[in-house]
Design a protein around this ligand. Structure first.
Ligand code: NAD
Length: 294
């Protein structure tokens, strides 16, 4: 049985949504925390709220797309607490106008999305996992992917590509640690729809990665439909509870809903049958996810 009490957790994207809920849950389990986010004010607020409950909390403004910043985060965590047991590479973004076809996305959209959603995980792995391995202690890495990393379709292509790649990176980490019989487990957290600030991700896009002469955006109807779905999503606290369970069970795939299983199965079967990809209606599946919970 994993005993979280007194252990150290690092959570990126900890100022909001799933990351903040993970931090709160880990604090309730008695863990010491290092919280990282690109948004200073909400990060400080999240850290102070947890400190007020008596939890030992450090916070560090970090852009996970920046390898040097993530290395500084690792130095801070080890400098303050001397160990890290649970690493949650959770920070992520969705570029605006996500329902456009793939050819309408600008190089800046790709650079920003891959920088945060894929390279954030890569940097976290490179800066923390060697330090975690060196102690020989129990540990666990939780990478936040998405169900969008599990199936195909035209919708949200840049985000989906980043999440497919992030999942493959997470599988590679799991395989390498398993090969050496490591005490460090890995979980690929693949949430369905969760009620968070993800729909306003553009708030965090760096100025240098804003495309000039942006192509057409989502229609208002499309945006409203997507916002309505997110608002009705699973509570982040519920996801945090599932994560704690998955860590205890050393479970790799944590898919928070079965609503996308048909699309996942169809993609796998299309590949094995050498059949052309079956179309996917992401919005309909997302509505089904929310509807399944009533
Ligand atoms: N909400 C959903 O429905 C859903 C579904 C599947 C996957 N996810 C994934 O969950 C993760 C958490 O997102 P969320 O839904 O809680 O959204 P959120 O916007 O509420 O939280 C994301 C946090 O990441 C931070 N962040 C953004 N860019 C960053 C950067 N470069 N460096 C450090 N921090 C950065 C934001 O400031 C924010 O605090 C993401 O990886 C997202 O892709 C969310």
């Amino acid at each position: 049985m994993v005993d979280f009490d007194g252990k150290v957790a690092v959570v990126t994207g900890a100022a909001s949504g799933i990351g903040r809920a993970l931090a709160e849950r880990f604090a309730a389990e008695g863990m010491r925390l290092v919280l990282a986010d690109i948004e200073p004010a909400p990060l400080q607020a999240a850290a102070e709220a947890l400190r007020a409950t008596g939890a030992p909390v450090e916070w560090w403004v970090t852009d996970v797309a920046d390898a040097a910043a993530v290395e500084a985060l690792a130095e801070t965590a080890y400098g303050r607490f001397g160990a890290v047991h649970v690493l949650c590479n959770n920070a992520g973004i969705v570029p605006g106008g996500r329902f456009r076809p793939i050819w309408e996305f600008a190089p800046e959209d790709w650079a920003w999305t891959m920088g945060v959603n894929l390279m954030g995980i890569v940097h976290g792995t490179a800066s923390f996992v060697p330090r975690m391995r060196a102690t020989g202690e129990w540990g666990h890495v939780v990478n936040t992917i998405s169900v969008a990393g599990l199936f195909g379709g035209a919708n949200s292509p840049v985000y989906s590509v980043s999440k497919h790649a992030a999942l493959r990176a997470t599988e590679a980490l799991h395989a390498a640690l398993t090969e050496e019989n490591s005490p460090i487990g890995v979980t690929a957290l693949c949430p369905g729809v969760v009620r968070t600030g993800i729909g306003t991700s553009e708030r965090n896009r760096p100025q240098a990665l804003r495309p000039v002469g942006q192509a057409t955006r989502d229609s208002d109807a499309m945006r409203q439909a997507a916002a309505a779905v997110t608002t009705a999503g699973l509570e982040p606290e519920t996801v945090a509870g599932m994560v704690v369970e998955a860590i205890r069970e050393r479970r790799f795939y944590l898919i928070t809903t079965a609503a996308f299983d048909s699309a996942i199965r169809t993609r796998m079967e299309d590949i094995l049958a050498r059949r052309n990809p079956t179309p996917v209606d992401l919005l309909a599946l997302s509505k089904g996810d929310v509807g399944a919970r009533g």
